[in-house]
Design a protein around this ligand. Structure first.
Ligand SMILES: [Zn+2]
Length: 221
């Protein structure tokens, strides 16, 4: 029986590479993609995820929404903590990956999948506390306890790769980079100014390949 694999697909380069890697490494598998929608995502990212899933020929592209993340953020309260103040990046969401991985596990169970694949790279592991080999090992232990008798594991095959290595792998695998998204802005065109866009431009420049992205405006440093 072929493996059933659920790939968490945001629409970014990392998760696209993870999807193409699964396609290459386990060609007989039945692949599903899951996009988790929440208020910090842009429309462009969503559209990229749907296009990537279609081009990869997945069995089904699923999407779930987590509106409570915005509801909670909007609530004024004296206990609100600014994570930026204690050194986390502005895109940090408390226990985000624990929430996302748990949602993915719930979906994986419902479609009878054996494996969840996520696309974090090694640089994410250095920036966020809920990414990394040890975190994933312990999450898998919790999965075994949560679903006794059901075989399900979560894997992050790009954790040993830098951002640049992942982009290089994208070229090797033939990932349609024009259908990936890096901008932190809300629109459907890369803004060209945010950290995500800057990092994307740097990666293409370092690789010496043409950047297929349309940017709204580019800051010339
Ligand atoms: Zn941007």
């Amino acid at each position: 029986m072929s493996e059933r694999i659920l790939v968490l697909l945001s629409g970014g380069i990392d998760s696209a590479v993870a999807l193409w890697l699964v396609r290459r490494e386990i060609p007989a598998s039945k692949v599903y993609t899951l996009t988790i929608d929440y208020h910090r995502r842009s429309r462009g990212e969503d559209e990229c995820a749907a296009r990537l899933a279609a081009k990869a020929g997945v069995s089904s592209h699923l999407k779930i929404s987590l509106p409570f993340l915005k509801d909670l953020e909007d609530q004024p309260g004296e206990a609100a903590v600014s994570y930026r103040d204690i050194g986390f990046p502005p895109v940090f969401i408390p226990v985000r990956n624990l929430v996302f991985y748990s949602c993915a596990a719930h979906v994986a169970f419902s479609i009878n999948a054996d494996k969840i694949v996520v696309g974090h790279n090694g640089e994410d592991a250095g920036r966020f506390p809920d990414v990394g080999t040890d975190f994933i090992k312990r999450f898998n232990e919790l999965l075994r306890e949560s679903l006794p008798g059901y075989k399900l594991t979560l894997e992050a095959p790009l954790l040993s790769h830098s951002k640049r290595d992942v982009a290089r792998l994208a070229l090797t695998l033939g990932v349609p980079l024009e259908d990936t998204w890096s901008c932190w802005g809300p629109g459907t065109i890369h803004c060209g100014r945010c950290e995500g866009c800057q990092s994307r431009r740097n990666v293409f420049r370092e690789l010496g390949v043409e950047d297929p992205t349309t940017y709204e405006r580019i800051n010339i440093a």
